[in-house]
Design a protein around this ligand. Structure first.
Ligand SMILES: Nc1ncnc2c1ncn2[C@@H]1O[C@H](COP(=O)(O)OP(=O)(O)OP(=O)(O)O)[C@@H](O)[C@H]1O
Ligand SMILES: [Mg+2]
Length: 375
């Protein structure tokens, strides 16, 4: 199964979309320039920021390494950014690795045994650590010790090596996949949630300042509304609007530039792109709102079922445009409204005329409260 929220596994289609939450190497380089460096520059996420600020200030006052920190949440919301901020606030250096980069327990042992006192070890995609490495990490996090194995077979012995105090910052898009013993070793877990439009507006205004472009509030507002609650998408759309303003406008990012640019890139007013709209259109126009099975729907829009399920559907479900029911996908009344078409009588989610209407679309089995698969 491809995991949509996991940038390392995102299907290829994801890389071509303007509104995907993941990022490739080139984009990550562009992002580095826009990353907030300190906690007070970090926009939104008030709760996590407050909690983290306490953890860090207390540690600084005690002159000790803070508890290990786990950051969870969907791609592009600021986990890596926060990890960097933690080390900056502590005034220590940051060592970066990731679950997939650690193939063997020995790789992790090498990283751990080279840590210096107070350093922050950032482990991205920590849910993808191999099991033996995970077990080594438990001991290191709890007892600040790593057992170095010398020799092979029956003659092998483990020599315990004491580690200086350090802090692990783990990031995951899938905290549900973390084994409980690992999760328990984090003293603080911060869960990042999608940003609201006013927060994204602040992200955009801040980024525009750093890029040295002039932006009007109306444009920032417009871009924010199309960014799917995700700062990474907001920054990406901002760069496309800047291109448009440079090439076809007068360099100033105003409402006209924002609208025109996002029309060129086919990102609609609520952040849906071509594929999202194709899925929604097929569901409403071809199948009268459903229910329709995933593979039929995918065939109609000319995509693989996996692409529809992992690339388009999560946001459509999150926005309440599509519901997943045991009998298939259905369009909600919001979907008809968004497409500006009158639902046929008896359509799922049409105004209450018959028994088919379910005013509060309930998520199908296997779904979390937000409508995301609860795997
Ligand atoms: N609160 C914020 N304020 C300002 N900019 C932000 C904020 N959160 C994220 N960003 C910007 O969004 C971009 C993506 O953030 P980041 O790389 O930290 O996301 P992530 O959660 O680590 O994503 P992934 O799961 O893909 O690794 C960065 O360029 C960063 O500057
Ligand atoms: Mg990251």
């Amino acid at each position: 199964m491809v995991d949509p929220s996991d940038p390392g596994q995102a299907p290829e289609y994801g890389g071509e979309r303007l509104v995907t939450a993941g990022a490739d190497e080139i984009e990550r380089a562009a992002e580095a320039a826009l990353r907030p460096k300190r906690l007070d520059e970090f926009v939104g996420q008030q709760v996590v920021r407050d909690q983290l600020s306490l953890v860090l200030q207390a540690a600084l006052a005690r002159d000790a390494a803070p508890d290990h920190v786990l950051l969870s949440g969907p791609p592009g919301l600021g986990k890596t950014t926060l990890a960097m901020i933690i080390s900056a606030e502590l005034g220590t250096s940051l060592r970066v690795t990731s679950g997939p980069a650690i193939q063997h327990a020995g790789d992790l042992a090498a990283v751990l045994s080279s840590l210096e006192e107070g350093e922050v070890l950032f482990i991205d995609e920590i849910h993808r650590l191999a099991r033996p490495a995970e077990e080594l990490l438990y001991v290191a996090m709890e007892d600040f010790r790593v057992d170095v194995v010398v020799g092979k077979g029956a003659g092998a012995s483990a020599i315990p090596l004491a580690l200086p105090p350090f802090t692990v910052v783990g990031a995951t898009t899938r905290s549900g996949l973390l084994p409980a013993p690992l999760r328990d070793r984090f003293g603080f877990t911060g869960h990042l949630d999608f940003y609201d439009a006013s927060e994204l507006e602040r992200v955009i205004l801040r980024s525009a300042g750093l890029l040295g472009v002039q932006i009007e509030h109306g444009a920032a507002h417009e871009i924010a509304g199309r960014s799917r609650g995700t700062p990474r998408i907001a920054n990406r759309l901002l760069r496309r609007v800047r291109d448009w303003a440079q090439v076809r406008g007068d360099g100033v990012l105003d409402l006209r530039a924002a609208r025109a640019a996002l029309e060129v890139y086919e990102v609609d007013p609520i952040g849906l792109d071509r594929l999202d709209r194709a899925v929604l259109g097929a569901l409403c126009r071809r199948f009268a709102g459903g229910p329709v099975g995933l593979s039929t729907l995918a065939m109609t829009v000319g995509e693989e079922p996996e692409t529809v399920e992992t690339v388009a559907e999560p946001y459509l479900v999150r926005e309440g445009l599509v519901a997943r029911t045991p009998r298939g996908r259905v369009a909600t009344s919001a979907a008809w409204q968004h497409l500006g078409i009158e639902p046929p009588p008896g359509a799922w989610g049409a105004p209450a005329t018959g028994s088919l209407f379910d005013p509060a679309p309930s998520a199908g089995p296997g779904m979390g409260p937000s409508g995301e698969p609860s795997t």
